[in-house]
Ligand binder design. Structure first.
Ligand code: MSP
Length: 561
């Protein structure tokens, strides 16, 4: 049900992406589905803060940089710029882009670490365990055994490692986490993933090291410069630092600037400005916490579902409302890998976007992607079938057919409807409710199906009532006008609901069918003040011009590379 929580501000985040890699379908997917939800929320009038960014510290980045003969900061600068370029290319409506080398972030990380130390949640000790070098992650004995002492990601052997470290007393949060999970059965989606996390939690929690001494590319540990902060701890804190949640802490604990930590040349409007400006900015952002949804891939769920909530508990901050851990894209039935040459990289994405258009790419991502527990197979033939069935044959065809009939029989303007909409206002209402519930539940497939179903019903309505035959007898004019008015109005409503998925094409539809473009109201920093009226069946006035339009051309399948 749509309830009062719908008026709460919405904070949506993606993972921050490692800068040792170029953007590929995985990054594009997570970002794109988050964008659809962000736009869906803004359209309903909610204020949204949508965050993405880059994760720039750690041994992996240091190693990649060394291999390329550049400094880690230089590598981070190049790849962070590339991620930002791609966001613009895909018209992603993020409200901020955080880079973990920005002083606004590093200062707050140091402050949060200091606070955790002061509360006894971080202490010095010796740690040993099974270490995954690629993932920079330690596993418990039980987990390592389950994994056959091999990395679940790279397949390489885990190594036995031991270090003197500062560590986070995760074990002390076992009871509180269990209680929290019991009280919040929807905390992790899909539910199967939640069960996995709870199963692993029952095995017992071990303390986790939060510093490293074997490399230097990281945020220095406050007051002990031999250590740098473990990249995962630094990274998770981005969700809090972007809103400035630890800014007052940084001030109170006297963390004015980062000694020995490379400042960056990073972008971000006004975000490298003076403290007073930042303080003001952060005041306006704090109310977005707690997060509405952290959108992530399944492989990083443990960090988000267990370590992050425990850190927040220790910092006495409220916990996020939901974590959505989607599955993976595979390609042509196999795991994507660069060596197999089936990796859907930026060039491949560009080829699809150039051929089918950006909206079609978004549509495929949002409706055919691995949002739930199963992986999804990226296949050109499947892409093409989806494009043709949903966008050409249904959305495009329905709009062009009705537009053409209105041109032919009604002089190109929205006719009067003596039947006052018949059953269509109620059907539209039903679709709107389904769409809102599905959007709120992050069920993009169901959210897309609601307007598609309306369009299917309009197709059947036209097929059944045959206005093109009725129009041959002038005595039927009033009936023809009613049919076409009802169809055009319903198509426009469907177009509003499809706008978060197909922002460009649905603006074309809205303006052609007597409404106005919605793009500006679901763009970053904006929201719709009058959703109920925008989505009202009755919005367009009788007599407004209805244009003929060809939204999605019928085209051949994209050529392979
Ligand atoms: N830097 C960490 C995240 C820190 S968040 C506090 C990281 N970065 S990453 O660059 O490796 O990006 C991982 C994310 O990319 C995944 O969680 C997922 O969102 C996305 N994907 C990477 N490959 C993917 C697929 N093949 N399919 C779908 N998404 C996947 O981990």
């Amino acid at each position: 049900m749509i309830d009062a929580s719908m008026s709460r501000p919405v904070y949506i985040t993606t993972p921050i992406y490692y800068v040792n890699d170029r953007p590929h379908i995985g990054h594009a997917y997570t970002t794109m589905i988050s964008d659809v939800v962000a736009r869906g929320c803004r359209l309903q009038g909610r204020t949204v803060f949508f965050l993405t960014g880059t994760d720039e510290h750690g041994a992996k980045v240091e190693k990649s940089a060394t291999a390329r003969g550049v400094t880690p900061q230089a590598l981070a600068d190049v790849n962070a710029a590339e991620f930002q370029r791609v966001l613009r290319l895909f018209d992603i409506s993020n409200d901020d882009f955080i880079r973990t080398t920005q002083p606004r972030h590093t200062r707050q990380v140091q402050a949060m670490i200091k606070a955790l130390q002061a509360r006894g949640a971080i202490t010095l000790g010796t740690f040993s365990g099974w270490y995954d070098e690629g993932q920079e992650e330690y596993y418990t004995e039980t987990r390592a055994k389950e994994l056959d002492y091999k990395s679940p990601i790279s397949g390489k052997s885990l190594i036995r490692a031991s270090e003197e470290n500062y560590y986070f007393r995760l074990s002390e949060f076992q009871g509180r986490l269990e209680e929290f999970f019991n009280a919040n059965p929807d905390f992790i989606q899909p539910s199967g993933r939640f069960n996995e996390v709870r199963g692993r939690l029952r095995e017992g929690l071990q303390d986790v090291p939060v510093t490293r001494t074997n490399f230097s590319w990281g945020i220095p540990f406050p007051d002990d410069k031999r250590h740098v902060i473990y990249v995962w701890i630094d990274a998770l804190m981005n969700y809090a630092s972007a809103l400035g949640l630890a800014w007052p802490l940084a001030r109170d604990l006297g963390v004015p600037s980062i000694e020995g930590c490379a400042g960056s040349t990073a972008s971000g409007a006004g975000l490298e400005s003076d403290d007073a400006t930042l303080a003001q900015l952060y005041e306006s952002r704090a109310h977005f916490w707690p997060a509405h949804t952290h959108v992530i891939g399944k492989e990083i769920l443990w960090f988000h579902a267990v370590i992050w909530p425990a850190m927040l508990m220790a910092l006495e901050l409220p916990l996020p409302k939901r974590i959505h851990a989607h599955s993976f894209w595979i390609a042509d039935g196999q795991k994507m890998s660069k060596s197999m040459g089936n990796f859907v990289d930026l060039e491949t994405i560009d080829r699809f976007v150039a051929h089918y258009g950006l909206d079609a790419w978004r549509w495929y991502m949002a409706t055919q992607g691995p949002l739930q527990a199963a992986d999804a197979d990226f296949r050109a033939s499947h892409f093409h079938e989806t494009y043709t069935a949903d966008l050409v044959n249904l959305v495009g065809n329905c709009a062009s057919r009705v537009g053409a009939m209105i041109a032919k029989y009604c002089g190109g303007t929205l006719p009067d409807d003596a039947e006052r909409g018949g059953e269509w206002p109620i059907r539209c209402e039903k679709a709107i409710v389904q769409w809102r519930e599905a959007m709120d539940a992050f069920d993009l497939n169901a959210a897309a199906r609601a307007p598609l179903e309306l369009l299917r019903e309009i197709d059947a309505f036209i097929h059944h009532t045959e206005p093109f035959k009725l129009a041959k007898d002038p005595a039927n004019l009033a009936r023809v006008e009613s049919i076409l008015s009802q169809s055009a109005r319903t198509i426009r409503v469907a177009g509003v609901l499809l706008a978060p998925f197909l922002p460009t094409k649905m603006d074309e539809l809205a303006t052609a069918f007597g409404g106005s473009a919605l793009g500006p109201v679901h763009a970053a920093g904006s929201h719709c003040n009058e959703f109920d009226s925008v989505v009202s069946f009755h919005l367009p006035k009788v007599g407004v011009s209805i244009a003929k339009l060809a939204l999605f051309p019928r085209i051949d399948i994209v050529a392979s590379a």
